[in-house]
Design a protein around this ligand. Structure first.
Ligand SMILES: [Fe+2]
Length: 417
């Protein structure tokens, strides 16, 4: 159309007509453009599909995602809050480990340039992902922005959020607040890299939170309890969010105790889907073993039961937020420090931008190997392969790009599948 308009405007004989038509069209249509308020951002990516989400002003627009060389995908476009439209398009029929590009259109307005993305890598391929938590400080968000730009520099395949997406409570009636305090800060990464959130206590009712993401399909009672795989990693997200928002009436706390629903769901996934995966990570917002002064106070309900299940089923890492510090435990099993291949490493990555509360942290717990409570930053996870072994390297990086801590673990890699 641009080319066509250019040729029209370029031809002197009809330039006047074209300009007149343009102004007529501009003034004849009273409906304002559906201004882009958030996104586009990627969710729930697999080797063959990805969901593109964005939101526009006004309640009655409709969206389309074009994937170069594949075709258009109509979005589900639904008005919300009396003032916005949420657009959600599931792009399918893709090939794994492949570069694509997409752009979005709302009504007839193109709202993004061609934007690259790369579908999930299969098992046996090197990969990188990032974990942050507790983002969005109440002031100028400078630390949050610094951490976000280091995350862009790290160029991960995807990233995980460990909960408390905004510093104050996630707003149920203020879409712009959640956008400014969270989505806008990570937009550069989110348009090309999928991210997977964990529900924290700030995502209090969960209503807007659930609309803002596309979780992988789950057999759990709530959508934010889910798992997914990428390369040789299996990753599960549990909820330690708001109490009283769980569907099981028998559950008076978190559902994390032995034989309660989150525990049962996790056990089933660990014994089936997760089984063939080399690396396993379980994430939730409230902490397990940690080194901050708020250790006992905020330890998740059912920590002991969930932790023992993870120990017994070969989970490598438990990751949490909430404590506002960066920290890594030694491998722990049944409350004792053990060898690298025998225990679970507990990872706190909650330096995403929120005001720092943990101070320098407490270093005298037996399990503590690294703790930094006075800096903002993130945890980077790299999987590499060499001579029949797979190495998983954990690196804590601060808001200036400096490495704070590095630790790795090796496993015999399975034969090529
Ligand atoms: Fe929290």
């Amino acid at each position: 159309v641009n080319q066509f308009m250019k040729s029209l405007v370029g031809s002197k004989s009809i330039r006047g007509f074209a300009l007149a038509a343009f102004f007529l069209a501009a003034f004849a249509s009273p409906a304002p453009d559906p201004e882009l308020l958030r996104g586009p951002y990627l969710q729930n990516q697999t080797e063959t599909a990805v969901t593109v989400l964005w939101a526009t002003a006004g309640t009655e627009s409709s969206g389309v995602v074009e994937v170069d060389g594949i075709g258009p995908f109509a979005a589900q476009s639904e008005g919300d809050l009396g003032s916005i439209t949420r657009h959600r398009a599931r792009v399918t029929g893709l090939e794994g480990d492949t570069d694509y590009r997409y752009r979005i259109r709302t009504d007839n307005l193109r709202q993004s340039d061609w934007t690259p993305f790369h579908t999930n890598k299969p098992q046996g391929k090197p990969l990188r992902f990032i974990l942050i938590g507790d983002s969005g400080d109440g002031a100028d968000q400078s630390h949050q922005k610094n951490v976000a730009s280091q995350m862009v520099r790290a160029n991960p395949d995807f990233w995980l959020h460990l909960g408390d997406l905004v510093q104050s409570n996630y707003r149920e009636d203020d879409f712009d607040y959640n956008t400014a305090r969270h989505f806008a800060i990570y937009q550069q990464l989110n348009r090309s890299r999928p991210h997977c959130p964990t529900r924290g206590n700030h995502e209090s009712t969960g209503v807007q939170f659930r609309k803002d993401f596309d979780f992988p399909p789950s057999t759990a009672a709530v959508p934010e309890v889910y798992d997914f795989t990428y390369g040789d990693f299996w990753i599960a997200s549990l909820s330690t969010g708001h109490r009283g928002d769980f569907r099981d009436p028998k559950d008076d706390s978190s559902g994390l105790y032995r034989d309660q629903w989150q525990y049962v769901w996790l056990r089933e996934r660990l014994r089936t889907v997760a089984k063939p995966f080399l690396w396993k990570l379980v994430m939730f917002h409230r902490p397990t073993y940690n080194s901050a002064m708020r250790y006992e106070e905020f330890m998740v309900k059912g920590t002991k039961d969930i932790t023992e299940l993870c120990e017994d089923e070969g989970v490598d890492f438990i990751a949490f937020g909430h404590v506002h510090a960066l920290q890594r435990s030694k491998p722990v099993r049944r409350g004792r420090v053990v060898g690298r291949s025998l225990g679970v490493v507990h990872l706190g990555s909650s330096g995403g931008g929120a005001m720092n509360l943990a101070g320098p942290g407490k270093r005298d717990y037996f399990h503590t190997d690294f703790v930094e409570g006075a800096k903002w930053g993130f945890l980077q996870v790299d999987v590499s392969y060499k001579r029949g072994a797979s190495k998983c390297t954990l690196t804590f990086i601060d808001e200036n790009g400096s490495v704070l801590d590095r630790w790795s673990k090796k496993k015999k890699a399975p034969r090529k599948r």
